[in-house]
Design a protein around this ligand. Structure first.
Ligand code: NDP
Ligand code: GDR
Length: 361
């Protein structure tokens, strides 16, 4: 019998890579799909075959079910129907800046949403059958108390998102201890890919760089350029989610590369990959990235509208525990390879965009 997995957040960056990974392992994969007025299945379309055309294909690869993390009855009904061996709880309002504008919704979906999954497994008496992976985050560390951050570093979240995820982290641990559920937290540091949402800084940069290189955009506006992050590749990180649930006992793990770079460094490298050299001038809101060829053309400018009310200045994780206990390799993809891949994919994406635009001219 193949194992059955339920992925909440299957339409997101991580959900799509995880679905591919689990299918390759022979899992029956189910996913929670939010109703949307327009299609939100771009990242999983290659895995999903619509009911209407299923006869044209030998089999559907994944099964999608409408649902929402803010709807307890729906969450419980799905778990009752699917009876998953493993639940990967990835669904969340995952944008830190947006969480300042939608704090209550973020708490509901990201914090109480996690409780809904755990309580459903408990209510349905599935404690011995179902393992739960909780998508915890380096944003828990927030105002950093120690560098690098590890499983024992104290938490100090700096956004409604971070605080909601803090509840998710602790309620996962509490249900593990109270009801003996196999429930584990992956404390994942930033991970990116060509499938990253377009408003997160890495993808915003690689898309803009590609559009600038192909003459489709003049300038890129960014917020805090000094912010430092530990950036890995999403494809490598979903493997670790699975490893965490295959471990002999439930536990919490930091997943990171152990390397840290500034937003400015990411930006410089992305422009370089697109064949454009830039020089930085000024500081803070005065900062500008100038095209080295012309030494006058401003390609990057700081816009304070992207600053956050409270910022997480630097994050760098220590993945020793995951490396030792799970045998996970944190440096499969280097920072340079990640930037290269994202720029290369966006260059292709933007040329298609240009082609479509031309067709409508
Ligand atoms: P994305 O933003 O790409 O995906 C989020 C997913 O959650 C989407 O499928 C989205 O659906 C779904 N979702 C949002 N709100 C709800 C809701 N109320 N009910 C049901 N589904 C909902 O995030 P990532 O893939 O990057 O991240 C996955 C998880 O890991 C998130 O929980 C995130 O907070 C966490 N995380 C991410 C890190 C990263 O660097 N990427 C690092 C650490 C943790 P839709 O497509 O319809 O919007
Ligand atoms: P983060 O990712 O907040 O770390 O959360 P994001 O890419 O949004 O920001 C990273 C850093 O870049 C700075 N920054 C900008 N950010 C955005 N989005 N847009 C800009 O224009 C910009 N300019 C500078 C930010 O201030 C920040 O310091 C991500 C999400 O995936 C979370 O869900 C996840 O939990 C954490 O990573 C780990």
């Amino acid at each position: 019998m193949p194992k059955t997995a339920l992925i909440t957040g299957i339409t997101g960056q991580d959900g799509s890579y995880l679905a591919e990974f689990l299918l390759e392992k022979g899992y029956e994969v189910h996913g929670m799909l939010r109703r949307s007025s327009s299609f939100n299945t771009d990242r999983i379309e290659h895995l999903y075959i619509d009911e209407l055309i299923k006869d044209m294909h030998s089999q559907r690869k994944i099964k999608l079910h409408y649902g929402d993390m803010t709807d307890s009855m729906n969450v419980t009904a799905l778990i009752m129907k699917i009876k998953p061996d493993e639940i990967y709880n990835l669904a969340a309002q995952s944008h830190v800046k947006v969480s300042f504008e939608t704090p209550e919704y973020t708490a509901n979906a990201d914090g109480v949403g996690t409780l809904r999954v755990l309580e459903a497994v408990h209510l349905l008496g599935m404690e011995e059958k179902t393992k739960i992976y909780q998508a915890s985050t380096s944003e828990l560390f927030g105002l950093v108390q120690e560098v690098p951050q590890k499983e024992t570093t104290p938490f100090y979240p700096r956004s409604p998102y971070g605080v909601a995820k803090l509840y998710g982290y602790w309620i996962t641990k509490n249900y593990r201890e109270a009801y003996n559920i196999f429930a584990s937290n992956g404390i994942l540091f930033n991970h990116e890919s060509p499938r990253r949402g377009e408003t997160f800084v890495t993808r915003k940069i690689t898309l803009a760089v590609s559009r600038i290189a192909q003459g489709n955009q003049e300038k890129l506006y960014l917020g805090n350029m000094d912010s430092k992050r530990d950036w890995g590749h999403a494809k490598d990180y979903v493997e670790c989610m699975w490893l965490i649930l295959q471990h002999e006992k439930p536990d919490d793990f930091v997943i990171a590369t152990g390397e840290m770079h500034t937003v400015r460094e990411f930006c410089t490298l992305a422009f370089k990959e697109a064949g454009i050299g830039i020089e930085w001038q000024g500081a803070g809101v005065e900062e500008k990235g100038i095209d080295k060829n012309t030494l006058s053309k401003v390609l990057v400018e700081v816009d304070p509208k992207y600053f956050r009310p409270t910022e997480v200045e630097q994050l760098m994780g220590d993945p020793t525990k995951a490396r030792t206990l799970l045998g996970w390799n944190p440096t499969k993809t280097t920072f340079e390879t990640l930037v290269k891949e994202m720029v290369a994919e966006d260059m292709k994406f933007v040329s298609k965009e240009k082609y479509i635009r031309k067709a409508f001219d």
